[in-house]
Design a protein around this ligand. Structure first.
Ligand SMILES: CC(C)(COP(=O)(O)OP(=O)(O)OC[C@H]1O[C@@H](n2cnc3c(N)ncnc32)[C@H](O)[C@@H]1OP(=O)(O)O)[C@@H](O)C(=O)NCCC(=O)NCCS
Length: 188
């Protein structure tokens, strides 16, 4: 009987479908930096523009090591295809509120990886000793991200009108949030 042909582990389809979120480690910093630069280069999802200074490797290392929040990646070896971080601001009074940042590389989008990554990040945040609430901001034309946030229980808390300038256009910035726990324990 002829031997069954196995797909090489580097096959892009197989590899993508095997992606699972895991906590980020310092060695992921370079991959996260490359991923961030590629999403910025698309010029439409994040506030940063491609011609503005990019965060350093040290910036990413420090964020990954920050114990006040959680961060997860979707990675194929050294390549990082997805990043989600929930991290509070610098003050004690707002230490219970983590700000969410999430993005995938182009090739990883549209296949449910965003939902998987965000569910894992919310679950990790729910187990974190000080995080109680997750907030985020998203431009009003990012319908895919908004759909995902609403599906995972985020609600609209505010709308900053015309906050984002895109050439002659002025776009609204939506503020969304969800609490991590209910009276019965974890909400997620
Ligand atoms: C936003 C992002 C993380 C979502 O991850 P994803 O893996 O592409 O999305 P998913 O495949 O999990 O699908 C998310 C949901 O949006 C839906 N969706 C897809 N395109 C959509 C659109 N244009 N409008 C509304 N909903 C859409 C999907 O059907 C899915 O819904 P379902 O689970 O109810 O079927 C990813 O697309 C991304 O990184 N985008 C660029 C960066 C970005 O925008 N980050 C957020 C900044 S606030």
């Amino acid at each position: 009987m002829p031997a069954r042909r196995l797909r090489a582990p580097t096959d892009p389809v197989t590899a993508l479908s095997a992606l699972r979120p895991r906590p980020a480690i310092p060695a992921d910093a370079a991959g996260v930096m490359v991923l961030h630069a590629s999403v910025v280069a698309e010029g439409r999802w994040l506030l940063a523009s491609p011609d503005e200074p990019a965060p350093s490797l040290e910036h990413w290392r420090a964020r990954i090591a920050d114990p006040r929040g959680v961060c997860l990646v979707l990675a194929l070896g050294p390549r990082v295809l997805g990043w989600a971080q929930i991290l509070p601001g610098p003050y004690r009074r707002v230490l219970h509120v983590g700000h969410l940042e999430v993005y995938l590389g182009l090739e990883a989008r549209g296949g449910g990886h965003g939902r998987l990554l965000l569910e894992a990040a919310l679950s990790a945040a729910g187990a974190h000793p000080t995080l109680e609430k997750v907030s985020l901001s998203v431009r009003a034309d990012n319908t895919r991200a908004i759909h995902l946030y609403e599906a995972l229980g985020f609600v609209l808390e505010g709308r900053r009108r015309g906050e984002i300038r895109e050439g002659e256009l002025r776009l609204d910035d939506l503020l969304m949030a969800r609490w991590l726990r209910s009276e019965t324990g974890l909400a997620f």
